[in-house]
Design a protein around this ligand. Structure first.
Ligand code: NAI
Length: 246
């Protein structure tokens, strides 16, 4: 029960890594807000969580929309009265090489993966400052650290997330708020499974552990960074990638 009584907002919580995190946090006693755009999966997964006895609530949000984010925070506070943990996990890809990338596609990925992280953190931090404590975990990517073919937009956002993490660590450490990032490697979710089998096989062979990550591998890193065990970890980017590059 490492998260007993803690209130955690997990964006992108209705699928993939975020969903695994919702389950891990709830298993450890957290009151989880599964914040996601995907209403169908959110409603279904809320019911699954309730059957397991989890304290898990789905709230629909578009992290790119400030009004929607404000409503998410209001609903969370109405329900639980505080926010201890924010996991900025929601993210999208829309790949093309630079010369083929539509500017609208470039911008939409920025709106969700970059502005979405800004929107949620800016809305949550005042409540954490008031409480004198909090944990913010941002989701970067191996693509943001090393670059990735066809991912100009995505890699830009995931590198930017590292910059924001370190900036916020400097701004809010003195307020008792830990800010860290996780940089997952290729992980077996819809985001990766939509790629051709040949590309997935190439990914696996590039990983020192010779396999894709499981959503739970990343969820466990989130859990560590949200728990009291990581209280002196700050401004850190934790690579959870099976040793894809060292
Ligand atoms: P996923 O596609 O399985 O889940 C992403 C979730 O975000 C979905 O539930 C989706 O509905 C939600 N979402 C998308 N746009 C949203 C919006 N505007 N507002 C609210 N929710 C929105 O993806 P996955 O793989 O679970 O990725 C989670 C995070 O991990 C993302 O930030 C991704 O960039 C990152 N990541 C994933 C890797 C992978 O190989 N799967 C590798 C490195 C990083």
């Amino acid at each position: 029960m490492r998260m007993k009584g803690k209130v955690a907002i997990i964006t992108g919580g209705a699928n993939g890594i975020g969903l695994a995190a919702c389950h891990r946090f709830a298993e450890e006693g957290a009151k989880v807000i599964m914040a996601d755009f995907d209403e169908a999966s959110g409603a279904e997964q809320e019911a699954v969580g309730k059957e397991k006895g989890f304290e898990l609530t789905f709230v629909q949000v578009d992290v790119a929309n400030r009004e929607s984010v404000a409503q998410l925070i209001e609903k969370t506070l109405d329900l639980h009265g505080k926010i201890d943990v924010l996991i900025n996990n929601a993210g999208i890809t829309n790949d093309a090489t630079l010369l083929k990338m539509d500017p609208a596609v470039f911008q939409r990925v920025l709106d969700v993966n970059l502005t979405g992280v800004f929107n949620c953190t800016q809305a949550v931090v005042p409540h954490m400052i008031e409480a004198g404590s909090g944990k913010i975990i941002n989701t970067s990517s191996v693509s943001g650290v090393y670059g990735n073919f066809g991912q100009t937009n995505y890699a830009a956002t995931k590198a930017a997330v590292i910059g924001m993490t370190k900036t916020w660590a400097k701004e809010f450490g003195r307020k008792g708020i830990n800010v860290n990032a996780v940089a997952p490697g290729f992980t077996a979710t819809a985001m990766v499974k939509k790629m051709p089998e040949k590309v997935i096989a190439q990914m696996e062979s590039a990983v020192s552990l010779q396999r894709l990550g499981e959503p739970e591998d990343i969820a466990n890193a989130y859990l560590f960074l949200a728990s009291e065990e990581s209280n002196y970890v700050h401004g850190h980017v934790m690579h959870v990638d099976g040793g894809i590059m060292m």
